[in-house]
Design a binder for this molecule. Structure first.
Ligand SMILES: Cc1cc2nc3c(=O)[nH]c(=O)nc-3n(C[C@H](O)[C@H](O)[C@H](O)COP(=O)(O)O)c2cc1C
Length: 183
C-alpha cells in the first residue's frame, strides 16, 4: 500500500482517502434567535458517549449557518433513510429557505424536525470546539426516536446504498423512542 505524508500531498488525495470511510447522512437543524431555521447536510455526525449521552458533528467555518448554530443552544440530528437523497441534496445547497414546502414538526426549543427520518436526536449544545476549518459541536441528547430501515449511505464522495442489508427485515421491527418521547 502506498504511503503518503500530509506535507507533500494535495488535499484532494487526502479527501479521497478519508472518503473511503463510509458513513450515513444526516441533516442537522436548529432554530436561531427570532425562530430563524437552519439545516445542513452532514456526514460528520458521530456518537461520543452513552453516559452522559453525547454526540458530535462539525460545520465548516465558512458556512452562513455557523452563527445561527452557535447561538441556537439546541440542535436536532435527523438521520436520513435511503429514499431521502432529495432531502440531503436540498440541505447541501445554499438557499433562501431550505425548508420551503417541507412539513416539519416542532422539537425542543422550536428546533424543526424533518419528516420520515430513520432516527432523530434532539440535543442541547454542550460545547463548540476549534476544529481547523470546521467547528465541532458537541451535544447532549435530550430526546430521541428511531425507526428501523435502510439508511442513506455516503462513500467515496457519492451516495450509495447497503447491499444485502437487513433493513428489509428490520422494517417489521418496532420503532423505539426514549422515555421522554413516549411520555
Ligand atoms: C453527504 C454530505 C455530507 C456533508 N457533510 C458535511 C459536514 O459534515 N460538515 C459540513 O460543514 N458540511 C458538510 N457537507 C456540505 C454542506 O451540506 C453544504 O456545504 C451546505 O451548503 C451547508 O449549508 P450552508 O449553506 O447553510 O452552510 C456535506 C454535504 C453532503 C452532500
Amino acid at each position: 500500500m502506498k504511503q503518503t505524508t500530509t506535507t507533500d500531498m494535495p488535499s484532494r488525495e487526502l479527501r479521497n482517502a478519508l472518503g473511503l470511510y463510509t458513513t450515513g447522512v444526516a441533516v442537522v437543524t436548529c432554530a436561531g434567535p427570532g425562530g430563524h431555521r437552519c439545516g445542513v447536510t452532514v456526514n460528520s455526525f458521530a456518537s461520543v458517549s452513552l453516559d452522559p449521552p453525547l454526540v458530535l458533528w462539525s460545520l465548516q467555518r465558512s458556512s452562513p449557518s455557523l452563527e445561527t448554530f452557535e447561538q441556537a443552544g439546541h440542535f436536532a440530528v435527523n438521520v436520513l433513510a435511503q429514499d431521502q437523497q432529495d432531502v440531503s441534496d436540498r440541505f447541501a445547497r445554499p438557499a433562501i429557505d431550505k425548508f420551503d414546502g417541507l412539513v416539519c414538526s416542532g422539537g425542543l426549543n422550536g428546533v424543526p424536525l424533518l419528516p420520515a427520518c430513520l432516527a432523530r436526536f434532539e440535543c442541547r449544545t454542550e460545547a463548540c470546539h476549534e476544529g481547523g476549518d470546521h467547528v465541532i459541536f458537541v451535544g447532549r441528547v435530550l430526546r430521541w426516536t428511531a425507526t428501523p430501515g435502510a439508511p442513506l449511505v455516503f462513500h467515496g464522495g457519492r451516495y450509495d446504498r447497503l447491499v444485502g442489508h437487513r433493513a428489509a427485515l428490520d422494517r417489521s421491527a418496532k420503532a423505539t423512542a426514549c422515555a421522554a418521547c413516549a411520555a
